[in-house]
Design a protein around this ligand. Sequence first.
Ligand SMILES: [Zn+2]
Length: 304
Amino acid sequence: MSANDNAPVEAGARDDRLGGGSDSTVARQIALDGALWLVGRNFPVFPADHPGTGACTGMHRVCDGSRGKHPCVPFTREHTVDEARTRRWFGGQLRNVAVALGACSGPDEGRLLVVDSDRPGAIEDTAALLGHRHTTTMRVRTAKGHHDYYWAPASARLGNGLGALRGHFDGDIRSGNAYVIGPGSLHVTGVLYALEDPGQPPVPAPAWLLTALLHSAGRPAPATSRVAPLQATQKGLRSLVRFVLQAAPGERNNRLFWAACRAAEGGAANADRALVEAAVAVGLDEGAAAATVRSAYHRGGGTQ
Ligand SMILES: [Zn+2]
């Protein structure tokens, strides 16, 4: 059984009153409540298609047939934090609530960054893989996983790119001129987008995450597959990453080389990137670390 099979897919978030869109009054109230919660905290919202309506209400000319996500307005210009407008948008018609990320401004003019995990715990696994701990923040449970909302510095100029997380994260990144479907919305599967803890605001994005996202901006992505659920061999990789992270200054390169040899022997997927990240985290130059890892791989993983 894979981790996904018994994942807690929000049994509590599914609301039988919304089954088949039969009670749109309840669905509308839940969406309005979600929208009011968001604008009350200064998150600009706009209406998106709701799967409970007969046809997609998105403003596009041609719909791809997916439901519950298409914007009903040109959202980069039309969004609001005004309560009256929010009530007009969500009180009378059945719409999902979307958050205009690029229009959000937080402490020190921070920008919203949403980490969209495609399964429960995906970002936690990625953090551990790279030798870090996940930072608790505002979280919205989704049909498949969760959205974590962080503040990122405006100067970071993030987009939707995964950067160095490519190959290490089962999900997506949303920031800049992007949007996400917010709490109070209904997924086409009948699962409600729900705040995990309404008292938890977004916190600043952890440095490791920003570093990873900015890492390969404008550079070719590492040649690894984007979706790589953690496998048994990557448990071993985690301990190799830890081995590098615990290196004292005089032994960093030796440890990195040793760990890369073991990773090459074991055929651990995506090991090269994780090990270079770990080496950079303990202060090695990235180019030099990458060269060390390459030479370990070229060595063919032979025993020492
Ligand atoms: Zn549509």
